[in-house]
Design a binder for this molecule. Structure first.
Ligand SMILES: Cc1cc2nc3c(=O)[nH]c(=O)nc-3n(C[C@H](O)[C@H](O)[C@H](O)COP(=O)(O)OP(=O)(O)OC[C@H]3O[C@@H](n4cnc5c(N)ncnc54)[C@H](O)[C@@H]3O)c2cc1C
Length: 499
């Protein structure tokens, strides 16, 4: 026995929240939509977990950052779902799905059936064990994917204040966590095997700016690239554990604690807290053998529809055609999760009478008092511009004579909008030296030119005008936290954060 719904969203993260709002805007009846999520709270803006949530003063806490505040829209509290007749089945893992029978089997034993399914299962953090490194089940080793992880990290930062934190990984999570750990007065060492931080996006020149900045905040970097070997964590030998508290503290996971991170070169980094951010894997296993997969995700068309016409996939788990790249990609960013979710709901409600999803990839990060945005693709020749000594600077990527990607640190709202619009237009670039000379002026000029050939949805579909993604974090954490960060920014002597 079980319940039946017209629409079921599997997963209760960012994409699920934005899909729910879109369903309600388009008008669904009470009892038609159900969201099933493993997490114990309704959808929230996940990026807040590595930013406002980790602040030592006036940190962001739910319900302040439930979706969809990150896009300056309604905040969907538990009451909102109730008022809108949306069934929220939280704290419930789905164990299996039968797309032929259109049913899901929940961990509770209940079978839930649907007419249309939206897969919004996101991704999980990669564990060190998957690379043969032991120790990550220790009480003071943290990953950061969900609220439970974030709560644990907060507890550890409080109990180890002034101690040593080792951050393993130099990507998004590593960079943002390292900054938060410093703000929480920990001695931070970052360990990563690539040539420089954010290696998937940053050029060496951009990375060196951020690495210097981190150094000025006291973050040490351990260079382990010599031991990096094709996705094997050979550089990281083990996390050394001592059964320090096992018989004294009767708390789960506090039984054994990592005391050091040992590297293959024989060095050992003393650790009170270890934060691991080494990548994610999309949660697609429920659909293996049932739906077509591509590039690690569930393959969908420009309407976010999978190889089964009743099943859609959105967010981190979906591999969709990215028109501006001319190929399918799976993106791991919040803006893409929000917009792909809305697009899927539009396609479902309009019975697929919608344009293909035309998305300009966008991502951002905020660290200390710095913030950057990136649009498009980081492929081709790179041209840097601006003031790398601490002012506004950026880079363009030019492929086959066209601008395909733009990065900007420290821009104004108008400047971010300009690089977004310019990247969307893919203007021709004949002379790289001239592009360098013009710098940001190039994007500002291009973005002001009328675009007779572009359909109006081009710009709004990537959120350049409708939303203010730069401020997503601010919206996420609310006014109280904004004030606290402003105070922090002041303390760190850089008052150029714009809300
Ligand atoms: C700490 C952190 C900081 C980030 N910061 C940024 C940033 O600054 N900028 C940026 O662009 N992006 C950022 N991201 C990435 C962004 O949050 C993701 O791209 C986005 O959350 C993806 O949304 P989603 O709905 O696809 O997946 P998620 O938000 O991960 O949601 C997936 C949901 O599905 C549930 N689920 C999975 N399997 C099951 C199952 N079998 N049964 C029931 N429920 C299930 C999960 O529990 C979860 O609730 C950050 C991510 C993290 C973790």
């Amino acid at each position: 026995m079980g319940r039946a719904f017209v629409y079921v969203i599997l997963g209760g993260g960012v994409a699920a929240g934005y899909a729910a709002l879109e369903f309600s805007k388009r008008g669904i009846s009470h009892g038609e939509l159900c969201i099933i999520s493993e997490e114990s709270v309704p959808p929230y803006e996940r990026p807040a977990l590595s930013k406002g949530f980790l602040l030592p003063e006036a940190p962001a806490r739910l319900p302040s950052f439930h979706t969809c505040v990150g896009a300056n829209e309604e905040r969907l509290t538990p009451e909102w779902y109730k008022e809108h007749g949306i069934e929220l089945v939280i704290g419930t893992q789905v164990k299996s799905v039968d797309v032929r029978r259109k049913t899901l089997l929940a961990g509770s034993g209940e079978t839930i059936s649907y007419k249309v399914l939206i897969i919004a299962t996101g991704a999980r953090a990669l564990k060190l064990e998957e690379f043969g490194v032991k120790g990550s089940d220790s009480g003071n080793v943290c990953y950061l994917r969900d609220l439970a992880d974030a709560n644990r990290l907060v507890d550890l930062m409080e109990s180890s204040s002034g101690g040593n934190a080792i951050v393993i990984g130099g990507g998004y999570i590593g960079m943002e966590c390292a900054a938060s750990l410093v703000i929480n007065r920990m001695n931070v060492t970052m360990v990563f095997p690539e040539e420089h931080c954010m290696a998937r996006l940053f050029t060496p020149k951009i990375a060196s700016f951020y690495e210097e900045f981190y150094k000025s905040k006291g973050v040490k970097k351990v260079d382990v690239k010599f031991f990096w070997n094709n996705m094997n964590f050979e550089w990281l030998l083990s996390c050394f554990r001592q059964n320090k508290f096992c018989t004294f503290l009767n708390r789960e996971n506090i039984g054994s604690m990592v005391t050091a991170v040992n590297l293959r070169d024989g060095s050992s980094l003393p650790a009170d807290v270890v934060v691991v951010g080494i990548g994610i894997r999309p949660n697609k296993s429920l659909f293996e053998g049932q739906l077509t997969l591509e590039k690690g995700g569930i393959k969908v068309n420009g309407k976010m529809q999978s190889s089964n016409s009743s099943v859609y996939a959105v967010g981190d788990v979906a591999t969709f055609p990215v028109k501006v790249f001319g190929e399918s990609r799976r993106l791991e960013h919040v803006d893409s999760a929000r917009k792909s979710a809305r697009h899927a709901v539009t396609a479902i409600m309009e019975r697929n009478q919608v344009d293909e999803f035309d998305y300009l990839p966008f991502f951002y990060s905020r660290i200390f008092t710095l913030s950057w945005q990136f649009y498009g693709d980081n492929a081709g020749d790179v041209v840097h511009f601006g003031d790398f000594s601490g002012g506004t600077f950026g880079a363009y990527w030019v492929r086959k004579g066209q601008l395909v990607g733009s990065f900007l640190e420290g821009g104004t709202k108008e400047e971010y909008e300009a690089i977004a619009k310019a990247t969307r237009q893919k203007p021709e670039v004949e002379d790289l030296a001239e592009l360098e000379r013009q710098g940001l002026g190039f994007a500002l000029t291009v973005s002001q030119k009328p675009q007779p050939s572009s359909p109006p949805h081009d710009v709004t579909s990537s959120g350049i005008v409708q939303e203010r993604p730069m401020y997503a974090f601010h919206a996420t954490v609310g006014v109280v936290v904004a004030a606290s960060i402003a105070a922090f920014a002041y303390r760190y002597g850089r008052k150029r954060r714009r809300w």
